[in-house]
Design a protein around this ligand. Structure first.
Ligand SMILES: Nc1ncnc2c1ncn2[C@@H]1O[C@H](COP(=O)(O)OP(=O)(O)OP(=O)(O)O)[C@@H](O)[C@H]1O
Length: 260
């Protein structure tokens, strides 16, 4: 696939919450196979953008087009089936459940379930379980081989970086084309953040045809990981380009870095 081809095309996207214009006529092109960074001060509309793209909130105006298909009014399930997966700012793991359970929850669209199947097709069920186990082990093994070896352990005893790795694997297990990462560094130390960024770069190398949009407040992360950045302020795009280009833009410095 061409790296220059547009995967996601956003036109005039707006989202109002009563009088609050969280997104205000946003235009954005996301090229296939890139890592795009979404930068902006608190409340600038970054998470709302993820929520509208994934169908959690309906758009007030504008369109979201994925590979030429208008998905603006799709339900979250349909958006997921079209190949868009995400993580959340706050950890959303089921803590008493195992690493495996938490990862395979993300594969719900492919699991051939149903009571009759589970009751009477025991061999097929076992094969399905083994396939899921293998897939989950392979994925988490890219992040941390120790987590792969302890895949039946509950998540609750694990440190934050392991939990984030599991959440990213849960998003990846359904083979998305587009992965949306909402502030993966939240709640982690500087050192953990940099280890996780290395993991994300490795994942990007190993998984073919994966485009990532990442929201992150940690600017050193953005500098290291992104091919392209867009900056939002009050729901509008005020600038885009390479990290160096946007970081040097006076409007961005004023809005985000607090420089006059
Ligand atoms: N469900 C909601 N109901 C009402 N207002 C909302 C809702 N979600 C977001 N907002 C408002 O929309 C605006 C944009 O919020 P959003 O969370 O998208 O910003 P953000 O850039 O992701 O901020 P942060 O960096 O703090 O996560 C804010 O003014 C916020 O209060």
């Amino acid at each position: 696939m061409e790296a220059t081809q547009s995967l996601l095309s956003i036109k005039g996207l707006s989202k109002n919450f009563g009088g609050v214009r969280a997104l205000d006529g946003l235009d954005l092109e996301v090229r296939r196979n890139r890592i795009m960074g979404l930068i902006g001060p608190n409340g600038s509309g970054k998470t709302t953008f993820f929520n509208v793209v994934t169908g959690i909130y309906p758009a007030s105006a504008g369109s979201v087009v994925l590979e030429g298909e208008d998905i603006t009014s799709f339900s979250p399930q349909r958006v997921y089936r079209r190949g868009v997966a995400r993580t959340f700012q706050r950890s959303r793991l089921l803590l008493p459940l195992s690493i495996l359970d938490n990862i395979t929850l993300g594969d719900h669209s492919r699991v051939n379930n149903g009571l009759m199947f589970n009751l009477f097709r025991r061999k097929a069920l076992t094969r399905e379980f083994e396939r899921s186990l293998e897939k989950a082990r392979e994925l988490i093994g890219i992040f941390d081989p120790e987590l792969a070896s302890n895949i039946f352990d509950p998540v609750e005893t694990l440190p934050m970086i392991s939990r984030r790795r599991i959440e990213i694997c849960r998003a990846l297990i359904g083979h998305p084309k587009l992965l949306l990462l909402d502030e993966p560094s939240a709640g982690m130390t500087h050192d953990e953040t940099f280890r996780l960024i290395d993991d994300i770069l490795e994942i990007k190398e190993k998984i073919e045809d994966l485009t990532i949009i990442i929201i992150e407040h940690e600017m050193t992360v953005m500098e290291r990981i992104t091919d392209h950045c867009a900056v939002l302020n009050f729901g509008e795009k005020i600038c885009e380009g390479s990290y160096q280009e946007v970081a040097g833009d006076p409007q961005v410095q004023e809005a985000y870095l607090g420089v006059d």
